[in-house]
Write a protein that binds this ligand. Structure first.
Ligand SMILES: Nc1nc2c(ncn2[C@@H]2O[C@H](COP(=O)(O)OP(=O)(O)OP(=O)(O)O)[C@@H](O)[C@H]2O)c(=O)[nH]1
Ligand SMILES: [Mg+2]
Ligand SMILES: [Zn+2]
Length: 297
């Protein structure tokens, strides 16, 4: 006999169950079975059959989207569901991995999710990376320079995050959690979510969603830092669609199925030679293409 029912958004998911925002409370719910794959951001219905027992998840609402990454074997694993925007966070320290930024942006592009670049730690100086940022700005990727430490640019960032659910991703140590703690006062209390890594640093281990205001419309999701990311793609051509400028220029290639590698009459390679396309971005495309090729995707 059911004694209580409810629904809400999944704030975090661990091996044993999920944490569901239910009204003002965060409720831990068990999963029905191993097959029930629920991720941060999912909307679920739960039920409690007796007052002493932990509630369990009954059903998941259809997702508006699901951001996934591929593991070393090429299998898709979920990152977060129902997100409106992907914020790739970079910083002058640790040294930015622009290839990672490209791949996240490509992943967002393939899922038709808005993307933005947040450059944190502006207090350390961003002079050395302006050329790279200009490349992204010229391609239409919004870039915001901020500092969680000094507060510079934070009001503007807060405004940009309103009425959206934004997933923060990027390398470890760029300051994703620090930004979220500065933006969402309630998140500051969540130090239990932090564990120490081998070197004794705090690092995020599971994706966790936080509200930015009293209503649920504005939220941010803190994700663990990564060394690598690649979006799942069933066809090699998908590598191209993730790179806006390659997709655009590729329309002028001699062959419709041009892979922009060695084909004659390739407009993309032509644009790379004349610097209409940034050679580093082209190399990024080639690396992603080779990865899919190797995986037989
Ligand atoms: N100078 C400076 N340091 C910062 C800033 N923001 C964060 N840091 C520092 O950067 C380090 C990493 O911050 P975190 O917020 O844990 O980084 P993260 O991206 O969440 O890292 P993972 O959880 O491992 O992915 C900490 O020592 C912070 O104090 C900033 O604006 N300026
Ligand atoms: Mg973190
Ligand atoms: Zn081509």
């Amino acid at each position: 006999m059911t004694v209580e029912r409810g629904s809400g958004v999944v704030l975090a998911s661990d091996g044993r169950g999920v944490l569901v925002q239910s009204g003002a409370h965060a409720l831990h719910c068990a999963l029905r079975g191993r097959k029930q794959r629920i991720v941060c951001g999912d909307r679920v219905s739960w039920a409690r059959t007796s007052s002493s027992r932990e509630p369990s998840v009954e059903s998941i609402e259809p997702r508006s989207n699901l951001l996934e990454r591929i593991d070393a074997r090429g299998r898709a694993e979920p990152v977060a569901a129902n997100i409106d925007r992907l914020a790739v966070v970079a910083a002058p320290e640790p040294a930015p991995d622009w290839f990672l930024v490209d791949r996240y942006w490509a992943g967002a592009q393939l899922k038709e999710i808005e993307a933005m670049l947040i450059v944190n730690k502006s207090d350390l100086g961003t002079g050395g990376i302006q050329t790279d940022l200009d490349t992204y700005r010229d391609l239409g990727l919004p870039c915001l320079e901020v500092s969680a430490r000094s507060g510079a640019g934070m009001a503007k960032l807060f405004g940009a995050l309103a009425n959206r659910v934004t997933l923060f991703v990027g390398q470890s140590g760029v300051g994703k959690s620090s930004l979220i703690n500065a933006l969402a006062p309630a998140a500051a209390a969540q130090t239990a979510e932090l564990t120490r890594d081998e070197e004794g640093r705090h690092t995020t281990t599971t994706a966790r969603r936080y509200r930015l205001g009293p209503d649920a419309a504005s939220a941010v999701v803190d994700a663990p830092g990564v060394r690598d990311f690649a979006p799942p793609a069933s066809i090699v051509r998908a590598a191209e669609r993730g790179f806006v400028e390659i997709h655009r220029v590729g329309a002028d290639c001699r062959f419709k199925d041009c892979r922009h590698l060695e084909e004659p009459g390739c407009a993309v390679r032509g644009a790379v030679s004349s610097l209409g396309i940034d050679p580093r971005r082209y190399e990024s495309y080639r690396r992603l293409y080779r990865l899919y090729d190797k995986l037989g995707a």
